[in-house]
Design a binder for this molecule. Structure first.
Ligand code: ATP
Ligand code: MG
Length: 560
């Protein structure tokens, strides 16, 4: 154990572990991250991954990656592979890669142990009857007419269930606990059901499958997990978790602890919900850059370190809350401010002709790659008579405080000269097609002898060398900050943001970008941080905006 870990500032789980190690209750910390392979991981899972692997790292313990694959209906190898990839990408190493389905024989034997002690029975009630007879918070449940079957009869019937002697839904195995228990989870929960489906990992060896509450603690016990950490919804399942472990002979005794799940504004953290978005074609797939999935964030341009830092900073507690998605943006923005190479890209081009600049001349100028870090060096950019600026950087009739280009006004072109707008050229329908300017040859950046001060600095690209690119701008998928605030009768489809994806096909980027490989990240000056998409090629440049430069989070912080 790392004895230097300061107890002050430890979160509540770290404190529990520190106490357990001190008292000798636990020798080595063992945790696990137990996803069901029924979808792709989202950033909520990242919180659990960082927590479980992080605790193991901090206390020199171990963490397993375990597929909680006890339900053959929705689990698939595609999901398993995606989960492995995401955990690896986040930078974590598991002690063992485990499958709950590898323990099916052991679970089965423990079920027999429960039956043999008179603590489980085969119930022939229908699923509806079981539900109806469960009672309510104020009323005890009604005992099943099959509850008092003999041990022999139950052993015989369970064996018959296992051997395929019953149809799906004909009967289940239930724990025999207490139908009047104040905790509804303790009212004879179902522990095995019949499903005549092959399992993607276990093959077709089984037609009975265990339920989560029965299996989970046993999985932990088999793997020697000491601290089984889950989200708060499972708090009132904990008595059941303990009951199963207390009633059979197990190789080790794990304990369950709960923490508050991560919720993020403008999105929903649920694989089932996200699968719906994929299946209905609302997004292009699990890795659509608007998705809160780890694969979506990766494609959007997030780094593993930014996600880990985000999870670190939001902390661990037992209080439910919603984290502002702006905070996630803030974290990647801060990181990329330090690490992203700067380039100039014009997203919505407007042509500018510099009338007093020689035709055909191409001038080479020096530009720094990252003002935050001189080690990033410099590059050469080309300047010429015809350039492009951003349409929104020009106004024909600007208000006073518009410090960009307008008739008669001056701006600096970044890394280049000061220009003055002389004339506008319009087409027959009155659209501005070209702006004519003059430049001051004495005003070159780095050797400015003009003595002039101008307020605005614009990014630009030279026509002769500009590379055409497609750029995707993203916004929230939903217009509602907290999707649990949906109005009655509405569904999430009513809150889809029509502008969550804007594709710009006529962007112009400086030629240094031809070096870009998929997932390379840049700051496009004044426009934000961008990432070459996984489909990016030199022939078809394609960039995703990760975040804009505007730090809404910093503003929110200032206000508070
Ligand atoms: P979903 O509803 O998205 O399918 P889940 O909890 O059913 O979530 P699992 O595959 O069972 O998904 O989750 C694996 C682990 O990740 C569990 O231990 C679970 O507690 C944790 N987890 C899931 N969602 C979150 C979240 N939003 N915040 C923190 N941990 C989470
Ligand atoms: Mg689950």
């Amino acid at each position: 154990m790392n004895m230097e870990l300061p107890e002050k500032g430890a979160n509540f789980l770290e404190q529990i572990i520190i106490d357990d190690l001190k008292s000798g209750k636990v020798k080595t910390v063992a945790t696990r991250f137990p996803p069901e392979p029924n979808g792709y991981l989202h950033i909520g899972h990242a919180k659990s991954i960082c927590l479980n692997f992080g605790l193991a790292e901090k206390f020199n313990g171990t963490c397993n990656l375990r597929f909680d694959d006890t339900n053959p209906e929705k689990e698939e190898p595609e999901y398993e592979n995606a989960i492995i990839r995401d955990v690896e990408w986040l930078g974590f190493k598991w002690q063992r890669l485990c499958y709950a389905s590898d323990y099916f024989q052991q679970f089965y034997e423990w079920a027999i142990e429960l039956i043999s002690q008179g603590k489980a029975y085969v119930d022939h009630q229908t699923a509806d009857e079981i539900r109806e007879n469960r009672g309510t918070l104020t009323q005890p449940g009604i005992e099943s007419p099959y509850r008092n079957r003999t041990v022999e009869e139950n052993l015989y019937l369970f064996e018959k269930m296992k051997n395929g002697g019953f149809d799906e839904g004909e009967c289940v195995l239930r724990a025999k606990i207490d139908m009047a228990h104040p905790n509804l989870n303790m009212r004879d929960p179902v522990i095995y059901r019949i499903l005549k489906k092959p399992h993607y990992h276990a093959g077709d060896n089984w037609c009975i499958y265990p339920l989560y509450d029965f299996a989970h603690g046993y999985e932990d016990a088999i793997e020697g997990i000491t601290h089984s950490i889950c989200t708060l919804e499972f708090e009132n399942h904990r008595p059941l978790y303990d009951w199963f472990l207390d009633n059979v002979s197990i190789p080790s005794r794990p304990h369950q602890y709960e923490f508050a799940r991560l919720n993020l504004s403008y999105t929903v953290m649920s694989k089932r919900f996200l699968l719906g978005l994929v299946n209905r074609g609302i997004v292009s797939g699990w890795d659509d850059p608007r998705m809160p999935t780890i694969s979506g964030l990766r494609r959007r341009g997030y780094t593993p370190s930014s996600i880990r830092r985000f999870c670190d900073e939001i902390g661990v507690s037992r209080v439910e809350s919603i984290v502002d998605i702006e905070f996630l943006h803030h974290v990647i923005r801060e990181e990329l401010n330090q690490t992203a190479t700067r380039v100039m890209a014009v997203l919505r081009p407007l042509k500018v002709v510099i009338d007093n600049y020689p035709e055909g001349k191409i001038e080479e100028l020096v530009a720094d790659n990252n003002p935050e870090d001189p080690d990033y060096g410099t590059r050469i950019i080309q300047f010429s008579r015809n350039i492009f600026i951003e349409q929104e950087d020009f106004m024909e009739n600007p208000p006073k405080k518009f410090f960009r280009l307008a008739p008669g006004r001056e701006v600096r072109l970044k890394h280049a000269y000061i220009i003055t707008c002389q004339e506008i050229v319009k087409d027959s329908s009155g659209n501005i097609v070209e702006v004519h300017c003059t430049y001051d040859p004495n005003s070159r950046s780095g050797s400015d002898l003009s003595g002039r001060k101008v307020k605005g600095t614009l990014h630009w690209v030279a026509e002769e060398v500009a590379i055409r690119a497609t750029v995707r701008l993203y916004d929230h998928l939903f217009t509602l900050k907290n999707l649990s605030d949906m109005e009655e009768g509405k569904t999430y489809s009513d809150y889809l943001n029509p502008d969550s994806l804007i594709t710009l096909d006529h962007c112009l980027v400086e030629p240094s970008i031809t070096q870009a490989k998929p997932l390379d990240r840049f700051q496009f000056l004044r426009q934000g941080y961008f990432c070459a998409d996984i489909d990016h090629t030199p022939e078809k440049p394609l960039f995703n905006r990760i975040v804009s430069l505007k730090d809404t989070w910093a503003k929110i912080q200032k206000r508070e």
